[in-house]
Design a protein around this ligand. Structure first.
Ligand code: KIV
Length: 260
């Protein structure tokens, strides 16, 4: 496929295979996600925990998100780049939501994602009517942590299906389903025509998303059931750093081969 993946490309691809999405925040992650041929690079507000070391995503600002979105857009040529609207950037109403979403597109994203169902339909409608591609996000929504008390399975089948249909009617091109039992995610996926992208939502979604740091083993203490760790970055990097420290202390680095 030449050029940047489009939403139309995604729709076509989804007819014959599952879609892949991984978060990217910087040049390192963006280039790897791109080189691996991942369909969508999500500049997730999970950067609040993974990159900024915060306890949750609530303090992440538009300024933070635009900074990272610009980097990811600059360092990719093929992946579809989606910017995650941070807490506070759309809750106040449709005018603020459109204005902030426009800033994401100016920073190089091809679309935005925002958390919520019925409560954000007005915002999504205004954004899609303004030509801004929107990805919805249902199930567990991390920005509601103060209301929900933390990650938990969302088993409210009827309300999830209802919300998914409303999001579709509002014009989303896709939606994330987070922490939803597999059979309920299947029913939601079957109830809509747009692709569903699951995280902790079983195998029946149209695609899957994982957080770059989690799937590559940067965060050994984070191990929810849904997470498959494809690489032990933490273990490998720690071993290498300890070896370097010991080489420096023993005078073994730099050796003649590393010296001018
Ligand atoms: O912020 C994020 O990384 C996300 C994904 C987990 C879907 O919203």
């Amino acid at each position: 496929m030449a050029g940047r993946t489009t939403i139309r490309d995604l729709r076509t691809a989804a007819k014959s295979r599952k879609l892949s999405m991984v978060t990217a925040y910087d040049a390192f992650s963006a280039r790897l996600v791109e080189e691996a041929g991942i369909d969508i690079a999500l500049v997730g507000d999970s950067l609040g925990t993974t990159v900024q070391g915060r306890a949750d995503t609530l303090p992440v600002s538009m300024r933070d998100m635009l900074y990272h979105t610009e980097i990811v857009a600059r360092c990719t040529k093929r992946s579809l780049v989606i910017g995650d609207m941070p807490f506070g950037s759309f809750q106040a109403g449709a005018d603020a939501a459109v204005s902030n979403a426009v800033d994401f597109l100016k920073a190089g994203a091809q679309g935005v994602k925002l958390e919520g169902g019925t409560a954000v339909i007005e915002q999504i409608t205004r954004m899609t009517q303004s030509g801004i591609p929107v990805m919805g996000h249902l199930g567990y929504t991390p920005q509601s942590i103060n209301a929900t008390g933390g990650p938990r399975l969302n088993k409210q089948k009827d309300s999830l299906i209802d919300d998914a249909k409303r999001l579709q009617d509002a014009g989303v091109f896709s939606m994330v389903l987070e922490m939803v039992p597999a059979e309920i995610a299947k029913a939601v996926t079957e109830a809509v025509d747009v692709p569903t992208i699951g995280i902790g939502a079983g195998p029946h979604c149209t695609g899957q998303v994982l957080v770059f740091y989690d799937m590559l083993g940067f965060s050994p203490d984070f191990s929810p059931k849904f997470l498959k760790r494809y690489f032990d970055f933490h273990g490998g990097a720690l071993k290498a750093l300890k070896q370097y420290k010991s080489d420096v202390e023993a005078g073994d680095y730099p050796g003649p081969e590393n010296s001018y």
